[in-house]
Design a binder for this molecule. Structure first.
Ligand code: AQP
Length: 338
């Protein structure tokens, strides 16, 4: 029994990460670290969004492995599986069911504005899959199924969340009822958009071909030190948040987020320092927070049966909520129940 999930009246958060490769510092600071803090004040549902992951081709064994690793990472980061629902998206069939229903009334014009599709499809739009194009509709279904009141995400997901709100509003008007809760984004912390360590103008991302561009939660201490030491910086003097110094500003924001201080405080702390000194401090702070998480993750991964039991329990609790929502939506849309 997951104690905290009781009714639809309480504020509730829903969020998720794709089990595609390694979690990185951007996922942690932009999303998971915020979830850990929020779980005390919200009913919390954390999904491992494997259906989103297959919008690009996945190796089945790697996907299975990454799904369990993601569950271990959530728990190692401090998500309490006794309080929160943790589950893989594909275990709750209502996600795809609702995505279809929402897709039937989502105008193409809305989807054509989504920058993530444009970025991911690149120049070969005709080769991109229907799934990749419909990704934001599935994301809307994920959130709306659970009547989430708030969705903690990184800055990059803001546009998808606005689309979710538009889809929910349009459906409510279509059926002339409050079928869906309109969710609010929660974009929190000092590192809402962690940038690549190789280029301060592009997002830190799992799919960047350069491993040096990101800190993975699985990196060992020396790798973390080496990556920060080699992180791109410019030749200008001073470590600042100035907009024209994106690499410097990115490292300061990472530091601030890890240290739970403001970026301004971090800037003041390192005023007059050399980058070499700042990078060492940043690496040691990162290690002090990531190393215990990495070790706990390894420990949890030794007991796969226990992890699977947590996911099964989470799937059952999620299914209970999702089934009620789908029943209401089917009725509102006019499906016969026999
Ligand atoms: N660089 C980032 N800074 C802050 N937050 C970030 N998030 C992702 N990257 C950053 C947040 O992490 C959550 C889960 O993201 P995801 O794995 O589901 O998808 P994504 O945003 O596509 O992550 P990646 O690493 O960029 O994956 P690829 O490379 O496969 O596209 C979300 O809340 C996201 O905001």
């Amino acid at each position: 029994m997951i104690d905290a999930i009781t009714s639809t009246a309480a504020p509730r958060i829903f969020s998720g990460v794709q089990p595609t490769g390694n979690l990185h510092l951007g996922n942690y600071l932009g999303a998971i670290k915020q979830w850990v803090a929020l779980q005390h004040d919200y009913e919390s549902i954390f999904c491992i969004v494997d259906l989103h992951a297959i919008t690009v081709l996945q190796n089945p064994d790697a996907l299975r492995k990454a799904t369990l690793e993601m569950a271990a990472a959530y728990i190692a980061a401090g998500i309490d599986p006794e309080k929160c629902i943790i589950f893989p998206q594909s275990m709750v069939k209502e996600h795809t069911e609702l995505a279809w229903m929402l897709g039937c009334s989502t105008p193409l014009g809305w989807l054509n504005r989504m920058t993530q599709f444009k970025d991911k499809a690149g120049k070969h739009k005709d080769q991109a899959s229907l799934g990749l194009y419909g990704y934001p509709v599935l994301m809307a279904a994920d959130i709306l199924l659970y009547h989430a009141t708030h969705v903690p995400v990184g800055e990059d997901q803001k546009q998808h969340l606005e689309l979710t709100r538009d889809i929910a509003g349009a459906m409510n008007r279509q059926v002339n009822a409050e079928l869906f809760t309109i969710p609010e984004p929660l974009i929190m912390g000092e590192a809402t958009r962690v940038m690549s360590l190789r280029d301060g103008t592009s997002k830190m991302s799992k799919s960047d071909p350069s491993d040096m561009s990101r800190i993975n939660l699985s990196d060992d201490d020396d790798t973390i030190r080496r990556k920060f030491q080699k992180a791109k910086t410019d030749m200008e003097p001073g470590i600042t948040l100035a907009e024209n110094r994106p690499e410097s500003a990115n490292l300061l924001r990472i530091y601030a987020s890890l240290a739970d201080i403001s970026s301004k405080q971090a800037e003041a702390q390192f005023e007059g320092s050399e980058f070499s000194h700042f990078k060492k401090e940043l690496a040691e702070l990162t290690i002090s927070q990531l190393a215990p998480m990495r070790d706990e993750m390894q420990r949890l991964l030794k007991d796969k049966a226990q992890l699977k039991a947590i996911l099964k329990r989470g799937s059952e609790a999620a299914s209970d909520i999702a089934a009620t929502t789908i029943k209401d939506v089917k009725h509102a849309l006019g499906f016969v129940r026999v």
